[in-house]
Design a protein around this ligand. Structure first.
Ligand code: PMP
Length: 364
């Protein structure tokens, strides 16, 4: 039985992407060579990376103002690298919305002054802070658009647009990039590890506004965005496999109609699941309703017996990767772009079945 993979990341990839990637590991497009043994300087790979960049630009509506880079080190390296490159004199301001933004703050503090603009730690990050004010002197502000662990998300970027004209904005979009439309022009730097909506772990997508970084002397070469821009993501050997699979995902996304189409599918999936969470009296959603994530749906089942029953039902129906992160507990269903509607329906059916079981338990 094909499993319904609700893992938070690395996570589900489109079936046709995995099939084509597997074939290309054996032989890349009748070249007589495996994808894994070609030179990154050869024509085949140069075409792969150029198409990956141009499709990213097409799908996200990126014009000449921004560069698209494929780097390594994951989003975790970007925590440090972004602060290193954007730090000026005053330091960055951070919106702390959970584990990943807290880690970004830890790294930024190694560079210099760091300001906590707002935090939702008082409620164990079950909401997104709003109406916060920022100091005009900030070198930049940093947000995490989707909080993978807690299941909260900036619904739109209106909070950020208030500042983006006068302050540089950095955004970690690791777990919701390519899932919905947004205006790239509101951001100076966007970064995302590939392993959710894009491809296997290994590549990190970086979108950077060309005029947003001032050249700095003596940065470690790999950590200087300018080097990667100048060398068109080929400063050193790029993660060939991860970039290739990302390209296959981008082609699939383009083929089905792009971001608007996937956004409406994502909305339907999330609505189906949240409606059931709200209806089912055994299940409780974790995040506040207005800030719910369209990618990571967090919930709990308070009755211990029913929790075990739910786990059993998941096992029987091929549902995997649904255990919540230890800092929240409960369950988390990650419903990224490649998750199809039918798998979410299976999960919802199980939730309904669980409720029927407790009704029977009460009768007998
Ligand atoms: N930011 C977010 C929002 C994440 O979900 C994650 C983990 N998946 C990270 C950063 C860290 O990413 P990486 O493992 O690529 O360093």
């Amino acid at each position: 039985m094909k499993k319904h993979n609700f893992s938070a990341g690395p996570s589900i990839l489109e079936n046709e992407v995995i099939k084509k990637a597997s074939k290309s590991v054996l032989e890349l497009d009748n070249s007589g060579l495996s994808l894994l043994e070609i030179s990154h300087r050869g024509n085949s790979f140069v075409e792969i990376i150029e198409e990956s960049i141009s499709l990213t630009k097409k799908l996200l509506g990126i014009t000449d103002t921004h560069e698209v880079l494929f780097l390594q080190g994951g989003a975790s390296l970007q925590f440090y690298m972004s602060a290193l490159n954007f730090f000026n004199e005053y330091g960055g301001g951070y919106i702390d919305t959970g584990t990943w933004s807290s880690k970004a703050i830890i790294e930024a503090k190694k560079i210099g002054n760091t300001h906590l603009v707002a935090s939702s730690s008082d409620m164990n990050y079950n909401y997104i802070p709003k109406g916060f004010k920022i100091d005009n002197d900030l070198d930049y502000i940093h947000i995490t658009s989707n909080n993978t662990i807690y299941g909260t998300q900036f619904q739109d970027f209106s909070e950020i647009k208030r500042f983006s004209k006068k302050t540089k904005v950095i955004c970690d979009m690791s777990s919701d990039i390519f899932s919905r439309n947004f205006d790239v022009n509101n951001f100076d730097l966007i970064y995302a590890g590939a392993q959710k909506n894009l491809g296997p772990a290994g590549a990190t997508l970086v979108i950077i506004k060309k005029n947003s970084i001032t050249a700095k002397k003596n940065l470690p070469s790999y950590l200087d965005y300018k080097n990667h821009i100048d060398k068109k993501s080929m400063f050193n050997t790029p993660p060939v496999f991860s970039i290739y699979v990302s390209l296959l995902t981008l082609r699939w996304l383009d083929k089905i109609g792009g971001i608007s189409v996937i956004e409406s599918i994502n909305k339907k999936k999330a609505k189906l699941l949240y409606n059931e969470i709200d209806r089912n009296h055994l299940i409780e959603g974790y995040s506040v309703k207005t800030d719910r994530s369209m990618m990571n749906v967090t919930f709990s089942i308070n009755d211990l017996k029913m929790q075990n029953k739910f786990n059993e039902l998941c096992n029987e129906n091929g549902i995997v990767g649904i255990k919540g992160h230890r800092s929240v507990g409960g369950f988390r269903a990650s419903i990224y772009n490649a998750m199809n509607f039918e798998s979410v329906e299976v999960l919802v059916e199980i939730m309904k079945e669980l409720e029927k079981k407790i009704k029977w338990r009460r009768i007998f």
